[in-house]
Design a protein around this ligand. Structure first.
Ligand code: PLP
Length: 388
């Protein structure tokens, strides 16, 4: 007998599209993959070598469930370096990718009778984990006319006595939108009226910002006792497949988060943790170089998409996604996704995979070469001409 909550669990369609694109490629179709959100770069060599060396040196065993002490200290130092705030390493939890922090947070703070605020469009796992926990998800809209930033007043207005958690994400998946500091200030100020509410700030794209100053909620001491920060190595160091991320927890939650990890995965594999130390302590030129490439490609894809009749696209402020407005084509987002992949060989993701506010949009990753992006946009142009 299946636990009924299993049916409330959602998924991430980017993985389904990735699988289908793989099948079509294997059948000999020419597919350009702009679906999944992962850097197309290889993990920098010095990071790979640190992982290999750790294996050769015998790092084969379990590590402490919260992660290697040296890695947790390194994360704290890195944040001090970048934001001037050094979290207590005892409150840092190393996990396999950033995702487990979402699931653990929802398991700890969700449940029947609770409400959790989540962005729409937003990373689909937010909604899925909220639903699985039994809590009610309450969406706040991110709209193009506001640069896909969140509106602090709107978010605050949705908080009730039942709200246990508010999720925020900037730079955002799927829009590449960035919430400006002034709005973040307003949000934090407004949260003073709701001391019962925890905040989860998903900062996984905080090193992929094109023009604005990076901003972490860690820099607001007034919410430190109820802030969960999610971050990791996947996007910054092209390490999606290694599975390495971290959470920073309030003091009263870290032991529960640890218990959850021990129940699920025990710890992250040791060589990957050593690679993570090398990533944070090594030369950061690799990060700067990837950022330059993503910025150039973001500008390229925006200009190509804006050149297509009936499509418009705001320039992303960060991350590596273009969130293109296709509403003028008259094609529903999911139909657009299916046609693009099956008939035109372009893997992209329907905006509706990220919530109802995503209708009329598709997410196109720019984590691919200039040539692939150019060719994909030409195919999208043909799709629109032929189908709309
Ligand atoms: N948060 C956001 C907003 C993401 O886009 C992703 C990955 O796409 C994650 C978290 C999870 O990252 P990871 O692959 O490290 O689990």
């Amino acid at each position: 007998m299946l636990n009924p909550s299993a049916n409330r669990m959602g998924t991430e369609s980017a993985f389904a599209v990735l699988a289908r694109a793989g099948v079509l490629s294997a059948q000999g179709h020419d597919i350009i993959n702009l679906g999944i959100g992962q850097p197309d770069f290889k993990t920098p060599q010095h990071i790979v070598e640190a992982g290999i060396k750790a294996l050769q040196d015998g790092a084969h065993g379990y590590t402490p469930s919260l992660g290697l002490p040296e890695l947790r200290t390194t994360v704290a130092d890195d944040l001090k370096n970048r934001y001037g705030v050094r979290p207590d390493p005892d409150l840092i939890q190393i996990v396999p990718g950033g995702k487990p922090i979402l699931f653990i947070a929802m398991m700890l703070l969700g449940g029947q009778g609770r409400e959790i605020l989540t962005p729409d469009p937003g990373f689909p796992i937010y909604q899925s984990a909220i639903n699985y926990s039994g809590a009610t998800s309450v969406s706040y809209g991110l709209v193009e006319s506001n640069g896909f930033a969140f509106d602090a007043d709107d978010v605050l207005s949705k908080i009730t006595d039942k709200t246990s958690l508010v999720i925020i994400n900037s730079p955002a998946n799927p829009t590449g939108g960035i919430t400006p500091r002034s709005e973040m200030d307003k949000f934090v100020e407004g949260m003073a009226a709701f001391p019962h509410v925890t905040i989860l700030s998903d900062e996984i794209y905080d090193r992929l910002i094109f023009d604005d100053e990076p901003l972490s909620l860690l820099t607001y001491p007034e919410i430190a006792d109820r802030l969960i920060v999610l971050n990791g190595w996947s996007k910054t160091y092209a390490m999606t497949g290694w599975r390495l991320g971290y959470g920073i927890w309030p003091k009263h939650l870290i032991d529960y988060a640890d218990r959850m990890a021990v129940n699920i995965h025990s710890c992250v594999n040791a060589p990957t943790q050593h690679a993570g130390i090398a990533a944070l302590t090594g030369d950061q030129t690799c990060v700067a170089d990837m950022l330059v490439a993503f910025r150039r490609r973001g500008a390229l894809i925006t200009s190509l998409l804006n050149g297509i009749d009936k499509i418009s696209c705001q320039a992303p402020g960060g991350a590596f996604y273009a969130f293109a407005n296709i509403s003028q084509t008259g094609i529903a987002a999911l139909d657009f996704q299916q046609m693009a992949l099956e008939d035109y060989g372009v893997a992209l993701i329907a905006g509706t995979s990220f919530g109802g506010f995503g209708e009329g949009y598709v997410r196109i990753s720019c984590a691919n070469s200039d040539e692939a992006i150019t060719q994909a946009c030409a195919r999208i142009d043909t799709l629109v001409r032929e189908q709309s």
